[in-house]
Design a protein around this ligand. Structure first.
Ligand code: BG6
Ligand code: MG
Length: 215
């Protein structure tokens, strides 16, 4: 029986994929670095600085740490502007609100486990900042997914053992992290074909709470 469910944020709770892509594209174009949606897929779930390292594989020059910080800030400022001007509760993904209320009604604890340092801003903007029992994110970790740290902290803050928790993820790195942490995994979206998952679906509207709890 599952006692707690830890949700990734980007691509699981809310659709921010396009905004992350636009932010990195803006940065890459300003530097003349080739970047496309296929490369963007590799950024799913990984931290901002690790995402930048992947993009810089296509750069024709090397960058100092200070220059890398400036490029990450350029992307993040653009991304934050997009969040502020376009993100709303309408961007909450299909099935999410039903699953969250169903879990609460069943007495299951719910948490966020996200690599994003923008998690508090995003939760507030989509009206879910008071919904979760714990929020573990890019601001409280030193190792990003596929390291399990963000999920282990979420489980600890819920007062639960990792083996009593289910992680919901849309990223390969996130499924790896859940498994490394000794948790069950429900894979959605881009990760739905990941055969390491205990349960998989295109989106949360196709999953019911009983299926999640009885894993
Ligand atoms: C993850 C996203 O949730 O957060 C990644 O899937 C992103 O694409 C990472 O790079 C870090 O986000 P932020 O908001 O701290 O730059
Ligand atoms: Mg994600």
């Amino acid at each position: 029986m599952i006692k707690g469910v830890i949700f990734d944020l980007d691509g699981v709770i809310v659709s921010t994929d396009e905004l992350h892509y636009q932010g990195w594209k803006y940065m890459a174009d300003s530097e003349g670095i080739y970047f496309d949606r296929q490369i963007n897929e590799r950024l799913r779930g990984v931290s901002r600085m690790e995402s930048l390292s992947i993009i810089l594989e296509k750069a024709s020059k090397t960058y100092t740490d200070a220059q890398k910080e400036a490029l990450a800030t350029l992307k993040n400022d653009y991304y934050k502007e997009l969040l502020a001007t376009t993100l709303s509760p309408a961007d909450i993904l299909p099935g999410v609100l039903n699953v969250l209320s169903g879990l609460k009604a069943a007495g299951i604890k719910i948490a966020i486990g996200s690599s994003s340092k923008n998690t508090p801003t995003i939760l507030k903007q989509i009206g879910l900042d008071k919904t979760f029992d714990a929020v573990s994110d890019g601001n409280n970790i030193t190792n990003s997914k596929p390291d399990p740290e963000v999920f282990l902290i979420a489980a600890e803050w819920l007062g639960l053992k990792p083996e009593d928790c289910l992680v919901v993820e849309d990223a390969e790195a996130g499924v790896t992290a859940a498994k490394a942490g000794g948790m069950k995994a429900l894979a959605v979206g881009s990760a739905a074909t990941d055969d390491r998952a205990d349960l998989a679906a295109a989106d949360l509207s196709l999953i019911n709470v009983e299926q999640m709890i009885n894993l």
